[in-house]
Structures are given as C-alpha cells and as structure tokens.
Design a protein around this ligand. Structure first.
Ligand code: NAD
Ligand code: UFG
Length: 361
C-alpha cells in the first residue's frame, strides 16, 4: 500500500488531520522541523489512532527535517519507494503563519512558504507523485468586498504571509495548466491533481484534549488568547475595535473546528485520489459568522470562566467581517462543518486545561 507524506504533520491542523487519516487506514510519513510544534505530539497522534506499538513504524513514520532540504525530501521519497510504500500523495501543511512576523521577516516567509513549496513540488515531480492538498488561507482575499466570500472573489493579499500563499496558488495553477510533450508536436494534459484549501479561522481541539493548538510565544489569534485569559496566564484580552459595522461593533469571523477541517482534508485527498487530473480551489469554512463578543460569551457560558476584556483601537490590516461561502466544498467534496461554536469552546478549553495539568506535573 502507498503512503501519504504529511509536511508539518506535528502542527495544529496537521496533527488532527493525521489522526483522522490514520483512523481511515492510511499509512503516513510526517516531515516536520518542529519550529512551531513539539515531537511529543507524535506519540499523542499514535495514541489517538490506537496504533499498536509493533505496527506504528509501518503506519506512522516521523522524519525530523526541513522541507527546504531537497536532499532529505528526495531521500524520503526514495526510501518509501524502495520499501514498497511509495508516496502517492502529499498534504502540505508545513509553513509559517504569523501575519505580524511576516511583516518583520518577509525573506524568511518567502523562503519557507514559497521556495520550500517549490522544492517539494520539484521532488514530487521527479518521483511522479502528482497528488497534492495545499494549505492556503482566507487571507488571500485581503479585505473582501462581498460577504459571504466565494472562490471567485478577487485575490488581494495585504501582508507578506498572504502574498506567499497567493504566490503558491499561482504556481500551482501554472503546474496544473502545463502540458507535457510526450512526442514531438503531441501534447498530453497535465497529470497533476491539486486541491488548494482556503481555511477560514481554525480553532478548537481534538475532543480528547490530547492534541490542540500550542502556540510558541505570545499568540496573535483570538481563541488561544481567550484560553490563556481563562487559564489565568493573562489578566485580560484587548478587543480590537467596537466600532466595526457588525452586529455589536466587534469583528466577525468564520470559526471552524479543527476536527471539521481535518475531515475536509480527508475528503479532499479522497476526491483527488479517485478523480481525473484537476485543480480544485475551495473555501473551508462554516458559512456562519460570529463576533468577538459572541465568541467570548459562548466561551464563558460553556466553561464557566470569566473572560475580562478591554476595548482597544482597531488592529491594522483587520477587516470587519470574513465569512466563507462553503457551497463549493459541499458540491465537490460532499463536506460541510458539523461542529458548533459551543463544541469549539468546549474542546478548546478541554485541551487548554489538560495542558495546564501537564505543565504542573
Ligand atoms: P502550525 O504552525 O501549528 O503547523 C505548521 C507545522 O509546520 C509546524 O509543526 C512546524 O513545526 C512545521 N514547519 C514549519 N516550517 C517548516 C519547515 N520549513 N520544514 C518542516 N516543517 C516546518 O500551523 P497550522 O495552524 O497547523 O497551519 C498549517 C498550515 O495551514 C500552514 O501552512 C498555515 O499557513 C495554514 N493556515 C493556517 C491557519 C490558522 O489560522 N491556523 C489559517 C489558514 C491557513
Ligand atoms: N481580535 C481581538 N483581539 C485579539 C486578537 C484578535 O479583538 O487579541 C479580533 C480580531 O480583530 C478579529 C478576530 O478577533 O476580529 C479574529 O482575529 P484572529 O487574529 O484570531 O484571526 P484573523 O481573522 O485576523 O486571521 C486569522 C489568521 C490568518 C488567517 C485568517 C483566516 O491569523 O493568518 O485567520 O484563516 F489567514
């Protein structure tokens, strides 16, 4: 049986997707440099997938390394081929994701997100592995003109992070369009099968509390900050503006439970594996928007924790509302979100509180 290469498989979205894919019977190889995750996540993934010790090696392999190391990535493909577990598809999560950091370190972001992806694609091409699921982001839409945002909305990234995602999307479109000459004057259509998934706001955690989002340093995103206020790690939360044209003046986002997102990756992978060569570009979101205050109130209700906050100025680069149109994902993948905002708060806090326990002992 072939295997699936998961780049960045120890990270937040990657780890949850690994559990879903292992439970569905796939053999996985993870490459991760642990720049934003910990090796301990791998044993949690194995535990959640109920892998027996003796078959773990065959079902789940870990390679510690960088996707920009082309020699290493080539070796991974070569060894898998030699062992009879050829890599048949790649789910490419590895990358840097902080908007703020990307403004400070644009060269690093272009190197990891864009050059790193190009090198990976070169190796895939060499080994004729042409099935790819790529992690893109709603950030490619910039400040959207029409809500809900569908996939035909203009691409207008407004920060280096978003620009690197948009650049990779363009590269993937070129690869998908390229025609190869098999004989002189004869062209065959491309054989790449690619899914570009534009995530909206991934939050929550595995219901077991074994894996979740574990940001290094000070988080930029709302949900991990709410969790840290509940934990007592910070006194309060700053809400960036209460004068937006929204239901209560605070920013509205489409929050998607990470388990729904993981199921979306499985659906995309399976669609590609059984379909003709194609490029699919799909939003992964719930189609529902919630304001900052709605999220805080839901969290308080579910957890019984008080979240103190202060209204602050708007954050540069924010938009009032970002909500996905999830119709295309339903049409092509037969996928839609199943979990509620309450599930997000419940599972997110369960993970955070278990982590406090782990840290203490
Ligand atoms: P994450 O940081 O938790 O996971 C990324 C993983 O990739 C980490 O384990 C990190 O150690 C690894 N990694 C980073 N650079 C690497 C490199 N050069 N070589 C090998 N491994 C490397 O992030 P996540 O939230 O799981 O996001 C996964 C993907 O989804 C990223 O590409 C991100 O840009 C994209 N995305 C995330 C969000 C979000 O809000 N979480 C939203 C939209 C898109
Ligand atoms: N917010 C606050 N206070 C905070 C942090 C956030 O009020 O301390 C507000 C923001 O203004 C926004 C909402 O909470 O209205 C959500 O903000 P996040 O930072 O959690 O998420 P964003 O929508 O700004 O962006 C995130 C990622 C992007 C990604 C995008 C869509 O940071 O990289 O989701 O996937 F592209």
């Amino acid at each position: 049986m072939g295997s699936i290469l998961i780049t960045g498989g120890a990270g937040f979205i990657g780890s949850h997707t690994c559990v879903v894919l292992l439970n569905a019977g796939y053999n996985l190889i993870i490459i991760d440099n642990f720049s934003n995750s910990s090796p301990s996540v791998i044993s949690s993934i194995a535990k959640l997938a109920k892998l027996e010790d003796k078959i773990t090696e065959a079902r789940l392999q870990l390679v510690k390394g960088d996707i920009r190391d082309k020699e290493l990535v080539t070796q991974i493909f070569e060894i898998a081929k030699r062992k009879g577990t050829r890599i048949i598809a790649v789910i490419h999560f590895a990358g840097l994701k902080s908007v703020h950091e990307s403004i400070q370190k644009p060269l690093l972001y272009w190197d990891v997100n864009t050059s790193g992806t190009r090198k990976l694609l070169e190796v895939m091409n060499e080994f004729s592995c042409k099935v790819l699921v790529f992690s893109s982001s709603a950030t490619v839409y910039g400040d959207p003109c029409v809500i809900p945002i569908d996939e035909t909305s203009p691409i207008n990234p407004i920060n280096p992070y978003g620009k690197t995602k948009a650049a990779v999307e363009m590269l993937l479109a070129d690869i998908s369009n390229c025609q190869q000459r098999t004989k002189p004057f004869q062209k065959s259509p491309t054989d790449w099968r690619i899914a570009i998934l534009r995530y909206f706001n991934p939050v929550g955690a595995h219901p077991s509390g074994e894996i979740g989002e574990d940001p290094k340093g000070i988080p930029n995103n709302l949900f991990p900050l709410i969790n840290q206020v509940a934990e007592g790690k910070r006194d309060l939360l700053h809400i960036f503006g209460n004068d937006w044209p929204t239901i209560d003046g605070t920013g509205v986002r489409d929050y998607i439970h990470v388990m729904d997102l993981a199921e979306g990756h499985k659906a995309a992978l399976e669609k590609l594996l059984r379909s003709e060569p194609q490029l699919l570009t799909l939003n992964l979101g719930s189609g529902k928007g919630h304001s900052v205050l709605e999220l805080i109130h839901c969290f308080e209700e579910v957890t019984g924790k008080k979240i103190s906050y202060q209204i602050a100025n708007r954050r540069a680069g924010d938009s009032a509302i970002s909500i996905a149109s999830p119709k295309l994902a339903l049409k092509y993948l037969n996928w839609s979100t199943q979990k509620s905002l309450k599930d997000i708060c419940d599972d997110g806090w369960n993970w955070q509180s278990k982590n406090i326990y782990k840290n203490k002992f």
